[in-house]
Design a protein around this ligand. Structure first.
Ligand code: UD1
Length: 359
């Protein structure tokens, strides 16, 4: 059986790593397709190295562009690959443009599609990821789900129950694997080690959603909150290229105690955030990873497609206003949220995925 495993953007790489590793235990020909949606060393190759993913079998070199341009480039290139090296199954992960583009191409060539991290819904159609999730799920054949809300959403949308598999979360498989690697003495960059020693107590922050960074006004409001927080807690901030570009374009300056860095590889970032006092983020994955390790998290968004992190985990959904962010910070500082680990987030999701496919 030949399976294409699709990855294109940074959050995909963490998800394909454990799926690929697990595939080696079975009689499957699992090939990695990298669409090239992310291409900078820090956004792509650094992750392949850290996560121990082999070189991709196919590289589509799509690069950046508007949504239509990027999606179209991936589709055109992926169609050629499928025609030359036809797989039995295309496995897509998450909700980025690469996920959408490759599932449409596969389906139109009558190739089955499995969606890993299916069923999540923010109900916010202004998020490109929500559109990607909904379209991908509307044509997928197999749904691998990370939390109960995903099962409920898919059933509500009329998907057959026997196609929906609540397997847990491959992102958490990767996280536990990498925490072990750190404990076994795997090295991080000396500069990152020095940073941790220098600050001791610090917050860790990521910010890259278009809704937060593309508008000057929204970004300024967030910076006002960060200014106050960072007066008592320095914030370490590896910066996404989109955010860096927007800060320059808007002519804004980061608050004084926000320590900006270039994007970090997976292990360097984990090394920092796992011991942070609090994580502030608008990423999807970090909401889940902080819940899995019990690190307090503040999500700078109005909604989340990952409600389990709020219901069971350590996440507070702060919204994007100055007051919302400061209130959430106050709450996390005065009474650290004691979270629980969600069901099936036990590091064995990839194992369940292959068992299901091979059955
Ligand atoms: C994409 C995903 C988002 C995910 C994020 C993680 C979609 C719709 N969005 O958003 O869900 O959370 O990745 O990073 O798929 N750029 C570089 N170098 C790179 C990649 C991008 O400089 O290697 C810059 C380019 O200027 C580009 C911009 O970042 O225009 C945005 O990249 P893009 O892939 O379009 O979206 P992300 O914001 O990264």
């Amino acid at each position: 059986m030949k399976v294409f495993l699709i990855a294109g953007a940074r959050p995909n790489f963490m998800k394909i790593a454990p799926i690929y590793r697990e595939s080696r235990k079975h009689d499957v020909d699992c090939k990695i397709v990298h669409t090239g949606q992310h291409y900078d060393y820090e956004m792509s190759q650094a992750f392949f190295d850290d996560l121990e993913i082999p070189e991709p079998d196919h590289f589509l070199d799509a690069g950046s562009g508007s949504h239509a341009v990027q999606t179209a480039r991936i589709m055109t290139a992926f169609e050629k690959v499928c025609e030359k090296d036809r797989p039995d199954l295309v496995m897509v992960v998450g909700d980025v443009n690469s996920t959408l583009a490759c599932s449409i191409v596969a389906k139109k060539l009558w190739i089955d599609v499995a969606h890993v991290e299916a069923g999540l819904r923010s109900h916010d159609m202004k998020m490109p990821e929500e559109i990607n999730r909904m379209v991908t799920d509307s044509i997928s054949d197999l749904f691998f789900v990370t939390e109960q809300s995903g099962v409920d959403n898919l059933l509500k949308e009329g998907k057959p129950r026997d196609r929906i598999h609540f397997v847990g979360h491959v992102m958490i498989d990767n996280l536990f694997y990498q925490v072990n690697r750190l404990e076994q003495g795997m090295k991080v960059q000396p500069a990152v080690q020095e940073l941790k020693q220098k600050y001791g107590e610090y917050g860790f922050m990521t910010l890259h959603r278009p809704s937060n960074v593309d508008s000057r006004e929204n970004l300024m409001t967030i910076f006002e909150a960060l200014e106050e927080i960072s007066r008592e807690l320095p914030l370490i901030f590896p910066m996404h290229p989109r955010t860096k570009k927007m800060i320059e374009r808007h002519g804004l300056e980061l608050p004084e105690n926000v320590v900006a860095l270039d994007p970090l590889g997976f292990r360097d970032a984990l090394y920092l955030w796992k011991d942070a006092v609090v994580v502030l983020t608008d990423s999807g994955g970090l909401q889940e990873e902080t819940t899995a390790l019990g690190v307090p998290c503040i999500t700078i968004r109005e909604n989340t497609e990952r409600p389990i992190t709020v219901e069971l985990g350590t996440n507070i959904l702060a919204g994007c206003s100055r007051k919302g962010i400061l209130d959430a910070y106050g709450a996390q500082r005065s009474c650290r949220t004691e979270g629980r680990i969600p069901p099936k987030w036990d590091g064995r999701a990839s194992e369940r995925i292959w068992q299901t496919i091979l059955k």
